[in-house]
Design a protein around this ligand. Structure first.
Ligand SMILES: NC(=O)c1ccc[n+]([C@@H]2O[C@H](COP(=O)([O-])OP(=O)(O)OC[C@H]3O[C@@H](n4cnc5c(N)ncnc54)[C@H](O)[C@@H]3O)[C@@H](O)[C@H]2O)c1
Length: 265
């Protein structure tokens, strides 16, 4: 056994995490990776059955402790219940990944209903704030505590097709920086600004196959769309001791960019 293990600081043994929206796609990738690194993980997802099934799969794949629970992160009572369940199961909480988020495409800015903005803020921004506050008393007792958000690169570039989503994610960035300063020396707070990861949600959001093709067209420096694992690897870095000198940051994980002309005219 060599004396130096370069992966030592990436281990998550002794950590316990909640991953919101972890039942599929990017959130499932994050849950699998944190659990595979040794963390005990609670998946909190609107789809409780899928959360449990994914958690069981992850537990089998990693040999770790992964559980799933139904939770609507826009509801305070659901948030309190999932935090209580995680703390009861794991004896504490060191890690929160606010991964839930989404928004539909609307190329005509005059057609965006006020309520669409409000719902987008509730899902993408307010839910992360509520989750963070509910977890905070437990995070404050933990070693290497962190909150990491699934942000979006669309929050940092012109994203006229998805205004309510992009502005809500931009607000999430601001909240992240402010919380990181408020919680300095106690809880690290960061956001991963994610680029194009082709998930089933794209079609549901009204992004047609030809638009998806255009999004693949490299302006991107790496010339490929992202995989959930690309995001999960960054999350592991930020949540583990390997990231313990990083707080208040937005980390771009987007294949080198190129989403400015995401959807075309
Ligand atoms: N896929 C991308 O290209 C991309 C790009 C940038 C940012 N992101 C961000 O990454 C995150 C994950 O994206 P994804 O593509 O894996 O999403 P997804 O839609 O595939 O999965 C989201 C998960 O969240 C759950 N969920 C939805 N509403 C919920 C609620 N109210 N309470 C609890 N759970 C809820 C869903 O059941 C689902 O399991 C999101 O925040 C998204 O905005 C994704």
């Amino acid at each position: 056994m060599p004396a130096f293990d370069a992966f030592h600081d990436f281990r998550m043994d002794g950590h316990s995490a909640i991953v919101t929206g972890g039942a599929q796609n990017i959130g499932a990738g994050i849950s699998r990776t944190l659990c595979g690194a040794g963390a005990r993980v609670m998946i909190a997802d609107l789809d409780g059955a899928r959360a449990s099934a994914t958690a069981a799969e992850i537990a089998l794949e990693t040999g770790g402790d992964c559980r799933g629970m139904a939770c609507d992160v826009t509801k305070a009572t659901d948030i309190d219940a999932v935090v209580a369940a995680a703390v009861a199961a794991f004896g504490g909480l060191s890690t929160l990944v606010n991964n839930v988020g989404w928004g539909d495409r609307q190329p005509d800015p005059t057609a965006i209903a006020e309520d669409t903005f409000i719902q987008s803020y509730k899902l993408n921004t307010v839910s992360a704030y509520r989750m963070s506050m509910a977890c905070l008393p437990h995070l404050l007792k933990a070693d290497n505590a962190s909150i990491t958000n699934s942000g979006s690169f669309s929050s940092a570039v012109p994203a006229y097709d998805i205004l309510p989503y992009a502005t809500a994610k931009a607000a999430l960035n601001q909240m992240m920086v402010s919380l990181a300063h408020l919680l300095n020396k106690k809880v690290r707070v960061n956001s991963v600004l994610i680029g194009t990861v082709m998930t089933a949600g794209y079609a549901d959001a009204g992004i047609l196959p030809e638009m998806q093709q255009r999004m693949l067209h490299p302006d991107s420096l790496t010339g490929r769309p992202g995989e959930p694992q690309d995001v999960a690897n960054a999350m592991l870095w930020l949540c583990s001791r390997a990231g313990s000198w990083i707080s208040g940051q937005t980390i771009n994980v987007h294949g080198g960019g190129g989403v400015v002309r995401l959807f075309g005219q």
